[in-house]
Design a protein around this ligand. Sequence first.
Ligand SMILES: Cc1cc2nc3c(=O)[nH]c(=O)nc-3n(C[C@H](O)[C@H](O)[C@H](O)COP(=O)(O)OP(=O)(O)OC[C@H]3O[C@@H](n4cnc5c(N)ncnc54)[C@H](O)[C@@H]3O)c2cc1C
Length: 538
Amino acid sequence: MNNGLLDAYVGKQATNGSTAPELPVAIIGAGPVGLAAAAHLVERNMPFVVFEAGPRVGHSMLAWGHVQMFSPWQYSIDPAAVRLLEASGWQAPDPESYPTGRALVEQYLAPLVAHRAIAPHVRLSRRVAHITRAGFDKMKTNGREQAPFQLSIAGADGAEEIVYARAVIDASGTYTTPNPLGASGLPATGERALADRIVYGIPDVLGRERSRYAGKRVLVAGSGHSAFNTILDLAALAEQAPDTSVTWVVRRGEMARAYGGGANDALPARGALGERIRALVERGVVQLITGWRTDRLERTPDGIVAFAGDQALAPVDEIIVATGLRPDLAMLGELRLGLDPAVEAPTALAPLIDPNVHSCGTVPPHGADELSHPEPNFFMIGMKSYGRAPTFLLLTGYEQARSVVAALAGDLEAARRVELTLPETGVCSGPVAAGGGAASSCCGPTLATPVGGANLIALTPVGVSVAASARNSDLVLADSRAGDVAATGCCGGPAPAGADACCVKDADAKAAGQDGCGCGATEDTSPVPVVAAGACCG
Ligand SMILES: Cc1cc2nc3c(=O)[nH]c(=O)nc-3n(C[C@H](O)[C@H](O)[C@H](O)COP(=O)(O)OP(=O)(O)OC[C@H]3O[C@@H](n4cnc5c(N)ncnc54)[C@H](O)[C@@H]3O)c2cc1C
């Protein structure tokens, strides 16, 4: 994979050493991916400094520390970090077991940051407020590439500091900049004024924040894993405090794809989560309302009422918003970024992860090439590199860290080598006609599992009565891993950028001198009805 940016920018910098090589590489964020970058810099013997806004490493992960991750330990730790830690006697937890966010911080990130090669270079409670090129605003070009980066740092104590760096790796995540409840991307009318009744993210409703939610009418918005986790916890709370009720609103008109691949998900814990949610909805424990676009909130004597146009929901006491995350680009305003206008991910990466284009959780391994910006030696990695796309996985971020550090070291061969060993993790899914149909995607037909049970929507209207059907029975899920058993179901996720191929397996086959993997063939080798995997590869 090579979009040319790396040669044009990083390569030039690395070989002529024009950007103050004695300065450190600045890493923004001491989350798992920022610290992975630090471990790779240690291995390359390159100076670095890590700025973390929170008082502890893994500050954002601790905000959802009670949530069990869907990746087991083996997919949650970085190889370079493990090498460092093991050399000082650390033992990795059981690779097959699943950490919570807090366990990952306490058992992995905390020992890592305490390592003598890293500890002296980490600055906690230091927020990077702005980044620019010293002496250059965004407009100025001549000599720009030779100027070091200038970072304005804000301390929790109010102190301000300027720091210079030869390169910047922004691994500040997206957790601190959640999407609003308003369905159009802006806060709904009244949303800000109701801030005391709204939580964004995944509150610990069974623990720290139990008293806030027990016995209350709670509205949950969002259709991703954060919403799933919250709903499961609220359902458990409702068993202990029966007056607790859960209304769940989603923008999408159907839920089959959102529930995920169930048993077919290559990350079983992720698949199981969707299955448990589906069961709660089907049992009526959770009231699901699909096709709902909140545009207004009103505080009434009976509680908070959410509106979508002239439709209204029954009043609730609390709202939990889990409608996704977006990158904080404000601090990067003086840098020359190359971002996709919709996904807000680096231009070359965006098409590989755009949920409008495909629904594969799998993304081909990528590195410094795809992460480059017109601003030489600046990279966004980790969760932030995915912009608004929701499918980021830690192992992908660790591979990004390895590749970007190799590029900064001038080792372009290593930067372009793919070392990601994650097995296929995506579940391609797409709505198709019941009973199957012709293959419409490049990946050809795949095995399908029918989804049963339509979710009838029950609205308790204020003024207006609304009802809708999720039409789940019209939908199927297709498993991208079917390609492992049937050649025609090949995939592995979208093809690498620039490759003349329909999917990863096709690209691999062509690279090995074969004609391809058989994408688009319609031969049915499966024992169940074959359907189109319309969303698999775009
Ligand atoms: C509930 C949940 C469960 C998840 N489960 C999994 C899973 O099972 N498997 C998986 O692979 N992925 C999972 N993810 C996705 C992803 O791996 C995590 O979000 C992960 O924490 C991303 O790591 P990161 O280092 O990119 O960012 P973060 O963990 O968000 O770390 C960013 C750090 O930067 C700091 N920061 C932010 N702004 C600034 C600033 N201006 N200056 C200085 N510091 C700043 C923050 O305080 C934070 O500590 C999950 C995500 C969520 C929300």
